[in-house]
Ligand binder design. Structure first.
Ligand SMILES: [Zn+2]
Length: 95
């Protein structure tokens, strides 16, 4: 494993809200458990994941664009209440 370049050391994902690419670490992974969007902070939950900036702006964009339903190929609206609460709490914690 010698001569490894730095490229690819930091995997990128696309935010489903603003559609910008960002380092995976800067985005919040979302998974769906029984129709409810839940934040997967450690990125360890099984199943399909979607990535979004942990901000209300991007979350709102994602909800408005039905990005989660599309990302998870869900039949209808997904519950994002817990997700929103999580993001709002995180924003308050950041000075
Ligand atoms: Zn975003």
């Amino acid at each position: 494993m010698s001569g490894r370049t730095r490229a690819g050391a930091c995997p990128e994902r696309t935010c489903v809200g603003c559609r910008d690419r960002a380092a995976k670490n800067d985005l919040l992974r979302i998974v769906v458990v029984e129709g409810v969007c839940v934040p997967d902070r450690r990125g360890t939950l099984p199943g399909r994941g979607a990535y979004v900036h942990p901000t209300r702006v991007c979350l709102d964009l994602a909800v408005r664009r039905r990005a989660f339903s599309r990302a998870f190929r869900g039949p209808g609206a997904l519950d994002t209440t817990a997700l929103r609460r999580f993001v709002e709490k995180g924003e308050q914690a950041t000075p």
